[in-house]
Write a protein that binds this ligand. Structure first.
Ligand SMILES: NC(=O)c1ccc[n+]([C@@H]2O[C@H](COP(=O)([O-])OP(=O)(O)OC[C@H]3O[C@@H](n4cnc5c(N)ncnc54)[C@H](OP(=O)(O)O)[C@@H]3O)[C@@H](O)[C@H]2O)c1
Length: 342
């Protein structure tokens, strides 16, 4: 039985990958820091959990044991993380590091978290320039991306067959930041109006955890050092995402356009990039990768999980709370009502 170890395996990508590999006959171990936040379906499927911090080299050695056919690193956030794992990679046949499309910069050096949005002029290829690994010293918005680039560089140079995958906006059950919550919560709260900045014409390529898992399984079979974008076969606009969620949950609302120069902040969503940010996924397809499905198909898993969990008495531990700093401004009904009244 082939063996897989997934570091940071209790979030969206980790769980989808663990369950897919397990269904395919793999022996799977996942790691994470918090043993109380291990999604129950993992144990049901026979996936083992080892608690520990990704930065602790001794914990990594214990989790890897005698080696593995596949190591998926879903919690590699900087060069120190990468350096902690490289001494162990001679015992691993195939390695996948989960990076991010946040690393890309356009011709003017703008990136996903720049004050001014990037303009890529079309779907982004893996050869597109990235932020510098030391960019965070000058640009706080580039901190996450530059640390990811630094980690990528360590792993790509270590001599082991490392596939670096760059997903975009991940969706999936057990996500720590399930972005579709901004629409699901509205449906559960019975909101009749949906404000959309710029009519919801922005787009930021989604990446289903189930599709990333399928790509991981594909690259595991052909170990090599490479970089691959990892995104859904389609790239819906914000408006289409909202409509997909509403239709899946049997809800209707009145869509209201918030003109772009409006500075109130209402109508914002996590996918507001205009011009849209899209990844070119032809390199993954050329390896034989078959997506599980398009956005509307694959997002059902996260939507079902959100609705079911929200209805459970102890479900709140898995979901964003009302004070969550990421979600609270995106679910600010009081400001929306003031804007509507004006
Ligand atoms: N979510 C996105 O939209 C997105 C987009 C692009 C790239 N990515 C990348 O994809 C990877 C996985 O993302 P995801 O969305 O599946 O993650 P997620 O839902 O946020 O889950 C993160 C996982 O990593 C674990 N973890 C975090 N820090 C850790 C540490 N120091 N030591 C051990 N485990 C740690 C978490 O468990 P504990 O907290 O219990 O430790 C959890 O299992 C990350 O590398 C992220 O940068 C994500």
């Amino acid at each position: 039985m082939p063996r897989a170890l997934i570091l940071g395996g209790t979030g969206a990508i980790g769980v989808a990958t663990a369950l897919r590999l397990r269904a395919g006959g793999w022996d799977v171990t996942v790691t994470s820091r918090d043993a109380a936040r291990v999604p129950p379906p993992l144990a049901v499927a026979g996936v083992r959990h080892v608690a520990g911090d990704r930065g602790d080299a001794r914990h990594l050695a214990v989790a890897l044991g005698a080696g593995a056919d596949l190591l998926v690193d879903a919690a590699c956030y900087d060069a120190d993380h990468a350096r902690a794992v490289t001494p162990l990679l001679s015992d691993v046949a195939s390695i996948v590091m989960i990076s991010s499309k946040a690393v890309y910069v356009d011709g003017a050096g703008r990136h996903a978290n720049s004050a001014e949005p990037p303009r890529f002029g079309g779907p982004i290829l893996e050869t597109q320039a990235t932020v510098r690994p030391d960019a965070r010293a000058l640009d706080a918005g580039a901190a996450y991306a530059s640390a990811k680039v630094a980690a990528e560089e360590v792993l790509l140079a270590c001599g082991a067959p490392v596939s670096v995958l760059r997903p975009s906006k991940v969706h999936g059950a057990w996500s720590r930041r399930p972005r579709e919550w901004i629409f699901v919560r509205r449906v559960l709260d019975g909101r009749d109006e949906l404000l959309l900045r710029g009519g919801g014409r922005g787009a930021d390529h989604p990446s289903a955890a189930a599709n990333v898992a399928a790509l991981i399984e594909t690259v595991a079979r052909v170990p090599e050092t490479r970089i691959l974008n990892a995104a859904d076969p389609d790239c819906p606009t914000v408006r289409q995402i909202a409509q997909t969620v509403a239709a899946a949950l049997g809800h209707t609302w009145r869509e209201i356009d918030v003109p772009v120069p409006d500075m109130s902040g209402v109508g914002r969503t996590p996918w507001d990039h205009d011009p849209p940010v899209r990844l070119d996924t032809r390199a993954a397809s050329a390896l034989g990768y078959q997506p599980v499905g398009d956005y509307a198909t694959t997002v059902r898993e996260e939507l079902d999980w959100l609705v079911t969990t929200a209805r459970q008495p102890d479900g709140s531990q898995w979901l964003p709370g009302p004070g969550d700093p990421f979600f609270a401004p995106l679910l600010d009904y009081a400001s929306e009502d003031v804007w509507l009244a004006a």
